[in-house]
Design a protein around this ligand. Structure first.
Ligand code: SF4
Length: 237
């Protein structure tokens, strides 16, 4: 959550951060325990992810987001490495082959277009997420397994989203910052838990991380064994 949003929140900057840090720690500890009680695997991370999803609160009723409005699906998506592994694994094991091939094609095209880790790339090129199904009315092709940050993102007025898209600029989106932070918290907990388990763990850019996973079928296992596989997809704080 940006500091400005927290400053304006009734909890205030200090207490808000303290509360979120406490939730991240609590959730990260729960993920570590799950990993300790089982073997670290994509399946066990997917189980944790499903627990997170099941516990999410619904969007507040003031939110104006609706199916087919996809301005935010042209922005950079940051996520934890477990989320990228889970989504890639679901695609490889459950999605129709022609869908996966199409997604791979789109990811390869985007990867050649520019530096996708850079936020400016997404604002200025208006490149859509490879999963945005424009011909089907701009719906998300992986809605049920989409990243946590996609679940967190919302707006209480669509004008700012449209303005940002039209002008190729980052605009301030009116929203419920605490709601966003509470969902992003789960992604941060994944990052913290994997660090605790001595894996190389940081936030990565969605398309770049998937490009790595699609280009090298040993990438997931090498990461699970402690290799720094995703360094080129890293979003620096
Ligand atoms: S994963 Fe789905 S919701 Fe997230 S940016 Fe891509 S199309 Fe949009």
């Amino acid at each position: 959550m940006p500091d400005d949003d927290l400053k304006n929140h009734p909890l205030g900057l200090k207490d808000g951060k303290k509360l979120l840090d406490s939730y991240v720690k609590h959730t990260s500890d729960a993920v570590c325990k799950l990993v300790d009680d089982n073997e670290l695997s994509i399946d066990i991370l997917a189980y944790a992810m499903q627990q997170f999803i099941d516990s999410l609160l619904p969007l507040p009723k003031e939110v104006v987001c609706k199916q087919g409005c996809a301005f935010c699906c042209h922005l950079r998506v940051g996520l934890s490495i477990p989320e990228a592994l889970i989504i890639h694994n679901e695609l490889m094991t459950k999605a129709p082959q022609d869908f996966v091939q199409e997604i791979q094609k789109r990811i390869n095209t985007i990867a050649k277009t520019g530096d996708t880790v850079d936020d400016t790339f997404w604002h200025t090129t208006r490149t859509s997420c490879p999963f945005l199904e424009k011909s089907a009315g701009s719906i998300c092709g992986v809605y049920n397994i989409r990243p946590l940050s996609c679940r967190a993102y919302h707006a209480t007025s669509v004008e700012n989203c449209k303005e940002g898209y039209d002008k190729g600029l980052e605009t301030k989106i009116p929203c419920f910052p605490l709601f966003r932070s509470m969902i992003d918290m789960y992604s941060n907990a994944f990052i913290a838990a994997m660090k605790e388990k001595k894996l190389v763990s940081f936030q990565v850019e969605f398309t770049s991380a998937l490009h790595i996973l699609f280009s090298d079928n040993t990438a997931a296992n090498r990461w699970l064994k402690g290799e720094d596989v995703f360094k080129t997809a890293r979003i620096l704080p």
